[in-house]
Each structure stands twice: as C-alpha cells, then as structure tokens.
Design a protein around this ligand. Structure first.
Ligand code: F6R
Length: 607
C-alpha cells in the first residue's frame, strides 16, 4: 500500500523524489522518507506524518545527490514513527518496500546472530540487512539483491540503492506492483505509472517474480526463473495534469464534479449510439450466455458489484453471486459449470481481489476485470477486461471510479441479457438510451450541492447515521454509509429499508438522522412505509428522491434532496451523486482531512 519511487538522475534528486511522492501519497501517508547518494555515501531524510513534514526536514537539512529512492508509508509492522519510516539502510544499501515480508522474524534473528543490529520495528528492514550480508560475502549488488529476494516470503515491491554505486538501482516485485520508467539518460522505478509520470511517458510493468537492474543507459529484467526477459514498453498518457486539484478545494470534490464526463467516457466506450446497442470488446472466451456469474470486489467496488447483481438478475435473468473478496477467497466456494467471474477494482491491485481472481482462474473459470488503472495486476491477469475510464482517482474515498464501475457494469448487464436472450433489441435500445442520458442527469444532480450544504451542517453534529435503501438502492445506501464514515468519522450504517424493523429500528431517536435513498419507483411505497416508521419514532428523515417522491414524503421528511427523475435502470448512478456530496460536505464541516482520511490508503495491496 506504500508508495515507492527510485531515480537514477542527472539533476538533484531529492526535490524530484518528493514530487513523485506527492503523486503517491494516496497509497499511504503515515510517514515519508528519501535516500540519495552523496559522494557515494547513503544520506537519508525521514519524517513521521504527512509529506509536508519531510519537505520541512529537507528544507532544514538538504540532501544532495542525483540518484535516490523515496517512500510514503502506510504502516503495517511498527508505529508510524520517524524511526520506522523508509528508506531503511545500512552503510552499504538503502531500501524502500511496499508489502509485507512474512518471514521477517526468522530472517531478523539470523541476521542479528550474524552481527547485524536493527534500528526499526519494521518487517522491511531485514531486506537492507540481508542484501548487506550478501555484499559482505563478496557478491556484486546484482547477485546480492537476487540472493536476498529469493529468501523473502510474502508480498513485496522494493527498490534498492547501493553505496558507492551511482549507476545502479535494483527493483523487485512479487505480489506488489512495480513499474520502470524509461527516460533520456535517466531511469526510474515507481510503485505505479503515476509515480514516474512527471519524468517520462515510457513505462514498463514488471511481472510477478521479476527483478529489474537499472542503469542510466539500460534496463535488464530477470524473470522469476532468473532468465533475462523482455517486458513491453507502454506509453503512459495518465498525464501529470490529471493529478492536479485545479480550483477545487479537495481532489474528492474535483472527482465528484468530474462524473458527468467520466461516466460519459465510460458509457460511450460500451454503447453504439447510432443503433442504441451495447458493444463489448473481445472478451477472450468469457461466455456472457452462461447460467451464473460471480461478482467480486472490496469496499466501494464490492457495492458496485452488488448493484450489478440486481441489474444482471433483473435484466438478464442470470443467477449472480456477489461477495467481498476477502471472504470469498477463503470460502472454498463451489461454482456452477457454466459460469464466469467478474472482478471490480479501481486500483487493480487490491490484494484480496487479486487472490480471488487467481483462485477462480485455478478453478477454470473465465475472468473479467472491471478496472480503472490500465496495466495493473488485475487488469493483466484477468482473461478479459472492461476498462472504466474515470482517469486517476486521487481522493482516498472512491467517487468517480464507483460511477464508472456502475457505467461499465450496466453495459455488461445489458450485454448478458442480450447473450442470454432475455432482452429484445427494443428493450436493449431503451436501456442504452437511458444509459446515454445519465451523464446529463448527473450534471443536474450535482446542482443540489447548496441544499446539501445546509443539511451537512446538521449531519456533522450527529454521532450515528442510518442509511436506508431498497432493491438496487440498498447497495447505494451501503455506499453512502461507507463514504460518510470513512471521511467524516461519523458512525454510519447502511440497511435494506425492509430490514429496519428486524433490529435497527431500536437505534431510531431524535439524535439519529436517517438518510433514505428513495426514487419514486416500483418499491417507493414500501420505502415510504419504512419512512413512516422512522417518523413515528421521532427520527429525522433526510430523503433523497425525485419530484414525485418529494410530494409523497413532504410531510414526514425533515429534509428532501431532490434529484432529476430518471429511468429506474440508471437511478443508482444518479443517486450516487447526492450521497457522495452529503459525505463530502459533512466532512468539510467537520474539518477532517478529506482526501487523506486517517488510517486509510487508496490501494490496499496487503491482506
Ligand atoms: C472506499 C474505497 C475502498 C475501495 C476498496 C477497493 O471509498 O475506496 O472501499 O473501494 O479498497 O479498492 P479497489 O477498487 O482499488 O480494488
């Protein structure tokens, strides 16, 4: 989950390392550090807390050198202190590490017996000492790194800098992603392409078990068997501009406002506007006419999958099972014979989702990835992919990636319906038409911000908030609750509205606001009854609905957030906007760190 950068440069490296770390801070922000070669010796600057603290440290104590490595941390082993911050170093090497070294305890004991002394509580520090041990035995930097990496168990992406060796940087990947950036007379290592994007557009993605030996002139890649391997060089157009905040106060706000455009981009990829049909890319043997499907993801991506479950069942009549990846992978689930598996992930690196994908592949299932980051591990390992075209998502709380996932999954549901013969071409055209209208409806829904701002002032005072929804809006209620808790730190729970009287109704009192996602659809009357139950117990209702729904609940709702009326098929996309704004504006009221909420990281590459 941590961010890694390495540069073999030609100009002072410390400011460039920091620039790259700014792009990686979304991966973790407990502490940060850089190391560089100063006349051949390893110099380090590290600081606990946000990257700004490291910048202060560097301003007070500049770090010269043109080759270096940097790291932004999401703590796993050891508290987020300066001493535990990366790079970890001996007098011979400095390393940065993303992942978990599972056998660090026996390695550490072995190295202590061999005379090494450790300065941190981290699992990562063993890597520096292990490489040093092999260097001490007379091995070259390349041999020492290879020998050390072979002994590491667990997940890692690492970058290694060697004292006295100004033209070598070594990277290794197993389980955690690592990219090589190729510059003109410079070389870079990064835990993703965004890290190296300020310096180059030419990027090579390392594969499982790869070790890359970089000099300024060339890259040598050794595969898991130690054989020299070729890795394709991609042009990465992710662009530096995409990760600027512009005039917005937070990345999350910017990303919420981008959704008219990002959903349009994604929807257009999967529909033919002329004949209003869906068009899927080559799915490499994934049979959309199968009898059943599995949809897997974590957090927000899982909720997108839950929406897809309703869609695929309703419009395609296919049996769908959705699960959280971390549960699925240890369940030993049984599969129907004719089935396919869909994996939903913004980052494409989530460890549990990746493990679930690998499990399904082992079981012989065809796999389809709905992924936002091109060339990420899930993207590459799935049999087929439906890219979501949200662009880089920097705010830790997912917003535009969620609606892009919904956009791609909606198209998939239609395609499955067509493949299974449950949708006529007229019905397909109606659904595609509704989908194409969605970006405009999202733009309209964004206009509710001023009303939500008033409500957010009240919500910010709450200790607990309930979110209710029915049918396809139940996952939207779950997503609303997740958004609120992760950025405002207010306790929130999402419930199926019909489940209220089976327990959660005991929580209702005048201090517990209840947010209800209630478009005026076929289930509205049922949800209205649940609203009455809340009202009868003194609960405060914040109802997100359309004009018809607003009339129906005018007397009982404390607040109504009105969004445009829309086809029920696309309502989950439209109703996502107010629930995101509600969480965002409440967090702003509370003054929390919206883009980098405490304890979280954007890319969860550990189990
Ligand atoms: C919540 C959020 C997380 C992610 C989850 C999966 O706002 O962002 O719940 O959705 O960690 O991440 P990806 O989609 O990268 O697999």
């Amino acid at each position: 989950m941590c961010g890694i950068i390495g540069i073999l440069g030609s100009t002072p490296v410390a400011p460039r390392l920091v620039e790259a770390l700014k792009r990686l801070e979304y991966r973790g922000y407990d502490s940060a550090g850089v190391a560089a070669l100063e006349n051949g010796a390893i110099g380090r600057r590290r600081a606990a807390g946000k990257l700004a603290n490291l910048e202060t440290e560097l301003a007070a104590s500049p770090l010269p050198g043109v080759s270096g490595i940097g790291h932004t941390r999401w703590a796993t082993h050891g508290a987020p202190t300066t001493g535990n911050a990366h790079p970890h170093a001996t007098d011979k090497v400095a390393i940065v590490h993303n992942g978990i070294i599972e056998n660090f305890r026996p390695l550490r004991e072995e190295l202590i017996k061999a005379g090494h002394s450790f300065a941190s509580e981290t699992d990562s520090e063993v890597i520096a000492h292990l490489i040093t041990e092999y260097l001490n035995k007379g091995q070259s930097p390349e041999q020492a790194a290879i020998a050390a990496v072979r002994r590491l168990e667990g997940a890692f992406g690492i970058a290694v800098l060697f004292a006295g060796q100004d033209d070598i940087l070594i990277g290794a990947r197993k389980g955690s992603p690592l990219a090589v950036g190729i510059g003109d007379g410079e070389m870079y290592l990064g835990s993703d392409a965004i890290a190296v994007s300020p310096f180059t557009t030419r990027v090579m993605f390392l594969e499982e078990g790869d070790i890359a030996v970089l000099s300024r002139a060339k890259v040598k890649v050794l595969d898991a068997n130690g054989m020299v391997a070729e890795r394709q060089v991609h042009t990465f157009a992710g662009g530096a501009a995409a990760v600027e905040k512009g005039n917005f106060r937070h990345f999350m706000q910017k990303e919420i406002y981008e959704q008219s455009e990002t959903t349009a981009r994604t929807i257009t990829r999967y529909v033919n506007a002329n004949d209003e049909s869906v068009q899927m890319p080559d799915l490499d043997g994934v049979d959309l006419g199968a009898d059943s499907a599995i949809v897997i993801g974590c957090g927000t991506a899982h909720y997108a999958g839950r929406v897809a479950e309703y869609w695929m069942e309703q419009y395609a009549g296919i049996a769908v099972e959705t699960d959280i990846a971390s549960e699925f992978r240890y369940r030993k689930p049984a599969f129907a014979k004719k089935s396919f598996a869909v994996f939903v992930s913004q980052s494409g690196e989530t460890a549990d989702t990746l493990a679930a994908l690998r499990y399904c592949k082992e079981q012989g299932l065809k796999t389809l990835a709905v992924v936002n980051v091109p060339e990420s591990t899930i993207w590459r390992e799935a049999d087929a992919r439906l890219p979501t075209l949200a662009g880089p998502e920097i705010g830790v709380a997912s917003t535009k990636a969620f609606t892009a996932q919904l956009s791609a999954l909606a198209a998939l549901a239609i395609a499955v319906g067509r493949a299974r013969g449950t949708l006529s071409s007229q019905e397909e055209a109606r659904l595609v038409h509704a989908l194409m209208e969605t970006p405009r409806l999202i733009a309209d829904a964004l206009k509710v911000e001023p009303e939500i701002e008033v409500i957010a002032q009240e919500l910010a005072q709450a200790r607990d908030v309930l979110y209710l929804g029915r049918g396809v809006h139940y996952p939207i209620a779950l997503e609303g609750a997740l958004k609120l808790k992760e950025i405002s730190y207010i306790h929130a729970e999402g419930y199926a509205a019909g489940e209220l009287k089976h327990g959660p109704i005991a929580l209702i009192d005048e201090h517990t606001p209840v947010v209800v996602v209630a478009p005026h659809d076929a289930l509205f009357e049922k949800t209205l009854s649940n609203m009455q139950e809340v009202n009868a117990r003194g609960g405060k209702l914040i109802v997100i609905t359309d004009a018809a729904g607003a009339v129906a609940c005018a007397e009982i709702a404390q607040h109504i957030i009105m969004v445009p009326a829309c086809d029920p098929f696309v309502a989950p996309l439209v109703y996502s906007i107010p629930i995101q704004l509600l969480a965002y504006l409440t967090a702003v009221q509370k003054g929390t760190d919206v883009d980098q909420p405490r304890n979280l990281a954007k890319s969860v590459t550990v189990e």
